[in-house]
Design a protein around this ligand. Structure first.
Ligand SMILES: Nc1ncnc2c1ncn2[C@@H]1O[C@H](COP(=O)(O)OP(=O)(O)OP(=O)(O)O)[C@@H](O)[C@H]1O
Ligand code: SF4
Ligand SMILES: [Mg+2]
Length: 334
């Protein structure tokens, strides 16, 4: 099916200005997310998944700064895009939490301990004009909690966060995120803080919501099992760059980049979380002094001279499958 983009990112650069130096966290990232799909960002810790996701609505926290790049958001299929980089803070606030909404890893940081779940959902809806009053919002919150399969929603709507289990809290957060009918849901490790059974339930819920509401999802995960189960297309990130992108079948059956291969080798059990790659030595480099050329070269078993000097180009090996690696460049050095 032809891709109708909902988000298009072109040549994104993000730096963090720390006392230790400038962290070059995102270094020339480009991708698009097609309407209705689940697109995954995967990679080791610190490779730039969250910063990429936050950049989509310019939510990068200080001392971070988007240096360069174009971020286009298409509110309507085939319609005119909005350049997120050109919006005012107020215009951005209207989009965040309504058209594009987030679910983060730890539900405790997303919920306010001082207010009931119902009030928090109602407040989000009221802030974006989805309901005329908090009272109406609280009535609607019961339906939202039903939609996210919260047990006993009539009671839970009156509960404070500490009265809910971890899984229930994350359902409430997902409910809040969906309360203004977003077009794009960005789920950043939404189940990492939860136990395995609850993880499965939340993923089932996301699948159901995607089906029922034609939601587009950007899913960030360490878990290759989830990638296999949930995603249509996958981007593998390493040290602030996308090193490979393909549809999920192609990526699992025909991985090309040495890092992707290592990532898949490191996860014989795809349900295991990737903290560290045991199959290749080293860790993600310090991004204040990233390695020159290919950022993966200090760990790459296939490293060549050119890899140490020049950034590998992105090569489209076949439609929908691209890789940034000198092994696949026809004329190395050009
Ligand atoms: N507030 C910050 N200050 C300084 N550097 C930061 C900050 N936030 C992120 N970074 C740096 O940006 C890079 C990318 O971080 P990011 O959080 O996107 O990684 P990630 O892929 O989401 O990792 P994880 O899997 O651990 O969530 C890292 O090198 C990190 O150190
Ligand atoms: S460009 Fe070179 S160092 Fe980088 S992944 Fe490819 S072969 Fe390895
Ligand atoms: Mg992260």
């Amino acid at each position: 099916m032809e891709c109708q983009p909902i988000i298009e990112v072109k040549d994104l650069y993000v730096n963090f200005y720390t006392y230790a130096g400038i962290v070059k966290a995102i270094d020339g990232v480009s991708f698009k997310i097609c309407r209705g799909e689940t697109y995954c960002l995967v990679g080791e810790t610190g490779c730039g998944k969250s910063v990429t996701a936050r950049s989509l609505t310019r939510l990068v926290p200080p001392p971070g700064r988007i240096e360069k790049g174009v971020i286009l958001y298409y509110p309507e299929p085939g319609g005119k895009p909005i350049n997120i980089m050109e919006l005012s803070e107020e215009e951005l606030r209207k989009i965040r939490g309504s058209e594009i909404s987030y679910v983060f890893q730890d539900p405790n940081t997303s919920l306010d301990p001082l207010y009931t779940i119902g009030y928090q959902i109602a407040e989000t809806m009221h802030a974006h004009g989805t309901v005329a009053s908090i009272k109406e919002g609280i009535r609607k919150a019961v339906h939202i909690l039903k939609m996210v399969l919260m047990p006993d929603p009539e009671t839970r709507v009156k509960n404070y966060p500490h009265e809910l289990s971890g899984g229930m809290k994350q359902r409430a957060v997902i409910g809040t995120s969906l309360s203004n009918n977003p077009k794009l849901l960005i789920a950043d490790e939404p189940t990492t803080a939860l136990d395995a059974t609850v993880q499965d339930q939340i993923m089932d819920l996301l699948r159901k919501l995607r089906r029922d509401r034609n939601l587009t999802i950007l899913l960030i995960t360490h878990n290759m099992g989830l990638v296999a189960e949930m995603c249509d297309r996958v981007a593998v990130m390493y040290a602030g760059r996308i090193v490979e992108e393909a549809d999920v079948y192609e990526l699992f059956n025909n991985p090309l980049h040495p890092y992707t291969k290592a990532l898949l080798r490191a996860v014989p059990n795809p349900l295991k979380r990737v903290e560290k790659l045991e199959s290749i030595p080293g860790t993600v480099p310090n991004l204040i002094y990233p390695p020159p050329g290919c950022r993966f070269h200090p760990r790459c078993p296939m490293v060549m001279e050119i890899c140490r000097e020049k950034r590998p180009p992105e090569i489209n090996v076949k439609p929908g499958h691209r890789v940034a690696c000198w092994l696949y460049a026809e004329k190395r050095g050009e």
